[in-house]
Design a protein around this ligand. Structure first.
Ligand code: 8X3
Length: 293
């Protein structure tokens, strides 16, 4: 039997300063939920990394704005806009017509939401349906439709936005947590079924993500005060923090798959363990006053 190859010292030292990342030029990423938050940040970050992007969401004006921003930066990438809902048949017709179903290398399966934070017994059925439709059925269907093309192209990457809520449920989060647990389970099965086909599968599971997103506003149905209260006294994650993780996962060497990226604010150690304080550390080592309501 051949010996396991050794790694030279030069390689050991290089790992700390010259990370070899994959070149994304000529590749296509399809990003769902791309009109805001993590999806929008990921579209911009991937374009900056040289990847062509197909951006999908329901709000055309937002998508057009993102396309214009990418175009004006002359990044040398192409942008396709798809206006649609991940649960509608016509969205998949449009994806097919634009050659996206067959042409995607990386699916950033991000569309989803939390809506309502009422306890079981007084939750709204419509809120549950909305979350299950978007977070589960829509996300699962998107993978089902895009995966054959990825396999036909010789491999690729499916990244789905999970959550701390998919790892640790919490009061008031019943169906949101259930939907994200389902997402994590679905992605595990996807991994089991595709690790022999050069398809990488990643769940990115953030804790509290506020800045740059509409997450909390949507959850609290436009109540700005309640939405802001979620992040008082803490530096939560920004949309760009999560986007950077997604780009990092995609750009890993081809033999490396990040199955789960569980990224949390430094001050959050669990779904309900958040340290809130009067002063928030900044990246430069100083502190700023905590956000207040
Ligand atoms: C978003 C994080 O903690 O609001 O998925 O569920 S949390």
């Amino acid at each position: 039997m051949a010996a396991v190859p050794t790694q030279e010292y030069d390689a050991l030292f290089a790992a700390g300063k010259e990370v070899v990342l994959q070149d994304l030029s000529g590749k296509w990423a399809l990003i769902t939920g791309a009109s805001s938050g993590i999806g929008k940040a990921t579209a911009c970050a991937l374009a900056a990394a040289g990847c062509n992007v197909a951006i999908l969401a329901r709000r055309k004006d937002r998508l057009d704005e993102i396309k214009a921003e990418i175009d004006k930066r002359s990044l040398g990438v192409k942008v396709k806009v798809v206006v649609g809902d991940v649960n509608k048949d016509e969205t998949y017709t449009a994806l097919k017509e634009q050659g996206i179903l067959e042409g995607t290398d990386f699916l950033i399966n991000n569309a989803g939401l939390a809506i309502g934070k009422d306890p079981i017994g007084s939750s709204k059925l419509d809120d549950w349906k909305t979350m299950l439709d978007a977070n589960c059925l829509g996300a699962f269907r998107m993978v089902n439709e895009v995966l054959p093309g990825i396999i036909a192209r010789g491999g690729g990457h499916v990244i789905t936005t999970g959550s701390i809520a998919g790892i640790e449920p919490y009061e008031g989060g019943s169906v949101y947590c259930a939907s994200k647990h389902a997402v994590h389970a679905f992605m595990k099965v996807l991994r089991y079924e595709n690790y022999t086909k050069n398809v990488r599968c990643t769940v990115v599971a953030p804790g509290a993500v506020g800045e740059g997103t509409e997450f909390s506003e949507v959850r609290f149905k436009g109540d700005q005060e309640k939405a802001a209260a979620a992040y008082v006294g803490m530096q939560e994650l920004k949309a760009t923090d999560v986007a950077a993780q997604i780009v990092w996962a995609i750009r890993q060497p081809a033999h490396v798959c990040l199955d789960l990226i569980h990224v949390m604010p430094t001050v959050q150690a669990g779904a309900t363990r958040i340290h809130r304080s009067a002063a928030i550390p900044e990246d430069n080592g100083s502190t700023k006053r905590a956000r207040t309501q």
